[in-house]
Design a protein around this ligand. Sequence first.
Ligand SMILES: [Zn+2]
Length: 153
Amino acid sequence: MKNKIEFDRVCESCKGTGLYIGMAERDGAAVVCHKCKGTGCEHISIEYESFTERKISEKVKRVFRVNPGIIYGGPNLSLFGGMPVYEWLRGLPFPPGSEDRLYSCPCWFYQIADYKKKPEWRECQIGCTFSNCRQFFSKESCWERWDREFGNK
Ligand SMILES: [Zn+2]
């Protein structure tokens, strides 16, 4: 259902004075506020739809906790981890191994997803980008280690 709220508020640009003092107005100079046209009053009108329940997007097939910054697409979305949308809609948690393990390492993924689960390993040689780490091409072993150290927490 569409609703509308309307109200008048003190103009935020000029603090209700109708006069605007910007960077170029000095020593008592002011210009007429362009937002409220000098009235000091700002009329707000917002149209919105009342929330009743979450809607279902027909377009979505798979849900990911986060995107570490690559393009997710193609015929096999499960390559990137994640879970099927029907499981997410049922409220199930992301299953173990549902991180983007093919394209990101534990440090990269959990820096975005959950800082508490981000490993602080001495071996992580991160300069500017995670993919420059010396371990990155053997990140499967980093994920194995992550499973042992963080997996069931
Ligand atoms: Zn104003």
